[in-house]
Design a binder for this molecule. Structure first.
Ligand SMILES: Cc1cc2nc3c(=O)[nH]c(=O)nc-3n(C[C@H](O)[C@H](O)[C@H](O)COP(=O)(O)OP(=O)(O)OC[C@H]3O[C@@H](n4cnc5c(N)ncnc54)[C@H](O)[C@@H]3O)c2cc1C
Length: 396
C-alpha cells in the first residue's frame, strides 16, 4: 500500500475528530487526522459534562484523558424562584474545552499523528477520496470524515449545504468569579431565571480548578443592548437578572472579561454523498442550553465506529453505504432529542399564551415532585440542565 493512502482521513481535530481518530486507530485502521491548529486554542465552548458523557468517553477509551483535565463535584444545588429546590447527588465535571480537546489529542497513537495544515481541496467519489493541503501535500483514503465543526468551507466544497433552522437562538456568556472556590457554600449551583419574559434560561456556577466559573444562558438577540450592558457590568447584570443569586453568593465580583457566544441552530442538508461522512457539529450544531451537544457528538462517533468495518469490508464507498450511518436509529434519536430539547427549552422560556404558561407550571411542579422523590430515595440523578427537557423526554 502507498504510504499516503489511508482507510480514513479525518479533517478537524476538535472533540468529534479527535475522538473518532483515537477510536479508529485503536481498532487498527490506517487513519490520518488533520487540523489547522497544532494546539487547540482557547475557545468558549462546552465547559460542563455529566457522568453520562464521561461514561461515553470511557467507552471510546478516552475516560482517563477527559478526567485528567476536569474538576469533579458530587452534589449540585438547584434553585428556582429564589429558593433552593434540591441538592442533587450527581457527579458533574467542569473543564475548559481547549484543555479537553488537547487532552484527548494526547491519546492519538504514534501511528496516527496530528497533521497540521489547512485543507484546500477535497475530491470525493464512490471509490477513492483525495485531500490536498494548502502547501501542496496530498493524501488519499477510502473515506473522508468531516469534523470541522461550524466551519463551512469544506462542507460546501463537497456539495453539502446547511440550513439554519433557528437563527439567533440563544447567547452563552462565560465568566470567572473573583472569590476563591471555598468562599461559595455550594459545590455547584444551577439557578433558573425567575421571571417569565426575562429571557434568562439559567446560570450555572461550577469549579474549574481553583476558580468558580459561571455560564449564563439567555434567549436574547446577540445585538440586544442587554447583552452589551451585561458584558460591561456583569455583577450588576447578575444581581438584576437573578435576584436570588446573591443569597447563595454574596460576592458576585467577576474577574476578567465576559466571553460571549451567539448560537444559531444549524443542520447539514444534501449530506448523502459518495466518500464523505459528517460527524459532530458539522452535521448538526444544537443549543448549549439543554447540554446535549457533547453527548450527541460522542454518539455520532460511537455509531460511526460500528458502521465503518462493514463499509471497509466491501469495495466502494458510495452514498448508499454511508446512508446507513445517517439512518442509524440511535443516531437519529440522539439528533432528534437534541433538536427538540433546544426548541422546547426556548419556547418554554419565551412563548406566550395559556398552553405555554400551563406547560411552565406543569414542568415546575413536576420537577418539584421529582426532586422530592430523589431526596426521599437518595437517588443519584443527572441534573445537567433538567428543567429544559420536555416532560416526556428522558432527562433527569
Ligand atoms: C458556548 C457554547 C457552550 C456549549 N456548552 C455545552 C455544554 O455545556 N454541554 C454540551 O454537551 N455541549 C455544549 N456545547 C456544544 C459543544 O461544544 C459542541 O457540540 C462540540 O464542541 C462540537 O465539537 P466538534 O468536534 O464537532 O467541533 P469543534 O470542536 O469545533 O472542532 C472543529 C475542528 O475543525 C478544525 N477545522 C475547521 N476547519 C478546518 C480546515 N479547513 N482544515 C482543517 N481543520 C479544520 C478546527 O480547527 C477544529 O479543531 C456548547 C457550545 C457552545 C458554542
Amino acid at each position: 500500500m502507498r504510504d499516503d493512502r489511508h482507510d480514513v482521513i479525518v479533517i478537524g481535530a476538535g472533540l468529534a475528530g479527535t475522538s473518532a481518530a483515537c477510536a479508529l486507530a485503536a481498532d487498527g485502521y490506517r487513519v490520518a487526522i488533520l487540523d489547522t491548529h497544532a494546539v487547540y486554542p482557547h475557545d468558549f465552548r462546552a465547559e460542563k459534562l455529566g457522568e453520562t458523557q464521561m461514561v461515553q468517553f470511557d467507552g471510546l477509551g478516552l475516560g482517563p484523558q477527559a478526567r485528567a483535565v476536569a474538576t469533579a463535584v458530587d452534589t449540585v444545588w438547584i434553585a428556582r424562584f429564589q429558593r433552593l429546590l434540591t441538592r442533587v447527588p450527581a457527579r458533574e465535571y467542569g473543564l475548559h474545552y481547549a484543555d479537553l480537546v488537547n487532552g484527548l489529542r494526547t491519546a492519538l497513537p504514534e501511528s496516527t499523528p496530528l497533521t497540521i495544515g489547512r485543507v484546500a481541496e477535497i475530491e470525493t467519489g464512490p471509490d477513492l477520496q483525495h485531500v490536498v493541503l494548502s502547501d501542496g501535500r496530498r493524501l488519499e483514503a477510502r473515506l473522508v470524515v468531516l469534523t470541522t465543526g461550524l466551519g463551512d468551507v469544506l462542507r460546501r466544497k463537497v456539495g453539502i449545504a446547511k440550513r439554519v433552522f433557528s437563527a439567533k437562538h440563544s447567547v452563552s456568556l462565560g465568566f470567572d468569579l473573583a472569590a476563591p472556590v471555598p468562599a461559595f457554600p455550594f459545590p455547584s449551583l444551577t439557578l433558573y431565571g425567575d421571571a417569565f419574559g426575562s429571557r434568562i434560561a439559567y446560570v450555572t456556577l461550577f469549579p474549574i480548578g481553583g476558580t468558580m466559573r459561571g455560564n449564563l444562558f439567555v434567549y436574547h438577540d446577540p445585538a440586544d443592548p442587554w447583552v452589551k450592558a451585561f458584558r460591561a457590568d456583569p455583577e450588576g447584570g447578575l444581581r438584576a437578572a437573578l435576584p436570588g443569586l446573591a443569597r447563595y453568593c454574596p460576592d458576585l465580583t467577576v474577574a476578567g472579561p465576559v466571553e460571549m457566544r451567539p448560537v444559531d441552530l444549524v443542520q447539514a442538508e444534501d449530506y448523502r454523498r459518495d466518500g464523505v461522512v459528517l460527524l459532530g457539529d458539522s452535521f448538526l450544531s444544537p443549543c448549549p442550553i439543554p447540554g446535549t451537544g457533547i453527548g450527541k457528538v460522542l454518539t455520532d462517533v460511537e455509531r460511526f465506529r460500528l458502521h465503518l468495518p462493514h463499509w471497509l469490508a466491501t469495495p466502494g464507498m458510495g452514498a448508499d453505504k454511508i446512508g446507513a450511518f445517517y439512518d442509524d436509529p440511535v443516531k437519529t434519536a440522539s439528533d432528534t432529542q437534541c433538536i427538540r430539547a433546544s426548541l422546547y427549552a426556548r419556547a418554554l422560556a419565551v412563548q406566550n399564551g395559556p398552553t405555554w404558561t400551563m406547560r411552565r407550571w406543569r414542568n415546575f411542579a413536576g420537577r418539584h415532585v421529582l426532586h422530592a422523590v430523589h431526596r426521599l430515595e437518595g437517588r443519584r440523578a443527572s441534573p445537567a440542565h433538567p428543567d429544559t427537557a420536555e416532560p416526556s423526554a428522558k432527562s433527569a
